[in-house]
Design a protein around this ligand. Structure first.
Ligand SMILES: C[S@@+](CC[C@H](N)C(=O)[O-])C[C@H]1O[C@@H](n2cnc3c(N)ncnc32)[C@H](O)[C@@H]1O
Length: 324
């Protein structure tokens, strides 16, 4: 078992970390690849984090069980996932890597299911080609996010893509009203003295807008956020919440084959969905278990309040109006 080096953190740092004793306690909850075949029957998989290599584990997952699959794989760049190194490769090699598991994910997806795949600009073309050969691609969401200092002789990367694909474009779930974005109205136009398509409430003037495929209202988790962990590529809960709310129903089954620190399972639990996922790294898999335990007491998702996604910083403005 990998040892955990305790870190000294600032008092306001809320990063979720694991002690040695937590690591051994949560490790007992994980489903191991060596478990007997019945452990991989659907009723035994639900709520579980599987510790193992996705490429091996996928063949043990029953067919057509997942309503929604969220895939956040290693991107095509060099990355160290707690000792397990992923290396950058040619586009063709990366596409072959994607193909090595994409077909299995399609088998696991229900006929009316949806699948999302995350990537950066370097990985995106290969992701699109791999998806298009097996599914019907419906959209590419671009998430504008700030991280890092950038390069001296190139544009700093400030975006990621999230590809959206379904098995059957005539039959899939999309809950538009669950993912509207509440924006402050800059020019509150009235018709016959009544607000035109916006709400004039005590807390301000807002419009619930249709969600577009450009997302600029989500921050990368950072040290003072309660969802933050030391995982190097953790996705924000708010981002995953949009995917889950749009493309699944209460009690739907959500699956993540590259679970990392567990964001997909944690958000699925907070939103009343069923879930399971796979992660190869023991410490990350245990972090997921710890976050799932915390989610049992606190189902809040930063940036998603009272069933509404709030434009960045507008919720604070609304609260301060209520409690000046
Ligand atoms: C991009 S990260 C996912 C981060 C995650 N979305 C989160 O919010 O924490 C990819 C994860 O996949 C894991 N991984 C990479 N290759 C894997 C494999 N073959 N089987 C299982 N997990 C793998 C890595 O350890 C890493 O934690």
């Amino acid at each position: 078992m990998a040892g955990i080096k305790p870190k000294v953190r600032a008092p306001r740092n809320r990063t979720i970390a694991l002690s040695e004793s937590e690591l051994s306690r949560y490790a007992k909850k994980l489903l191991k690849v060596s478990s007997k075949p019945s452990a991989f029957a659907l009723q035994n998989l639900l709520g579980k984090t599987i510790l193992g290599d996705t490429l091996t584990v996928l063949s043990r997952i029953p067919a057509e069980v997942a309503d929604l699959i969220i895939v956040d794989p290693p991107y095509n760049l060099a990355k160290n996932f707690n000792g397990s190194r992923f290396s950058a490769m040619s586009d063709a090699e990366y596409e072959a890597y994607l193909d090595s598991w994409m077909g299995e994910l399609v088998r696991v997806l229900k006929p009316d299911g949806s699948l999302y795949v995350c990537g950066d600009w370097r990985s995106s073309c290969a992701i699109q080609r791999s998806l298009q050969s097996k599914l019907c691609v419906l959209n590419r969401i671009t998430w504008g996010r700030e991280k890092g200092r950038g390069a001296s002789a190139n544009w700093k990367n400030g975006m990621e893509d999230i590809w959206f694909a379904v098995k059957d474009p005539q039959n899939y779930c999309f809950n538009l009203d669950a993912v509207r974005l509440r924006r402050r109205v800059i020019a509150p136009y009235k018709l016959n003295g009544e607000p035109k398509d916006w709400n004039d409430s005590e807390s301000g003037k807002f419009r619930d807008t249709a969600p577009s495929n450009f997302w600029d209202d989500i921050s990368i988790p950072f040290w003072s956020m309660p969802e933050n962990t030391d995982h190097p590529t953790q996705k924000p809960e708010k981002l995953i919440a949009k995917l889950i709310l749009a493309s699944s129903r209460p009690e739907s089954i959500v699956f993540d084959p590259f679970l990392g620190s567990g964001t997909t399972s944690v958000v699925a639990k907070k939103l009343g969905r069923q879930f399971f996922g796979i992660e190869q790294n023991l410490e990350y898999a245990c972090l997921c278990e710890k976050r799932l335990e915390i989610a049992g007491d606190d189902a809040s998702i930063q940036g998603y309040t009272d069933g509404v996604f709030w434009e960045r910083n507008s919720l604070g403005a609304q609260k301060s109006k209520k409690n000046p």
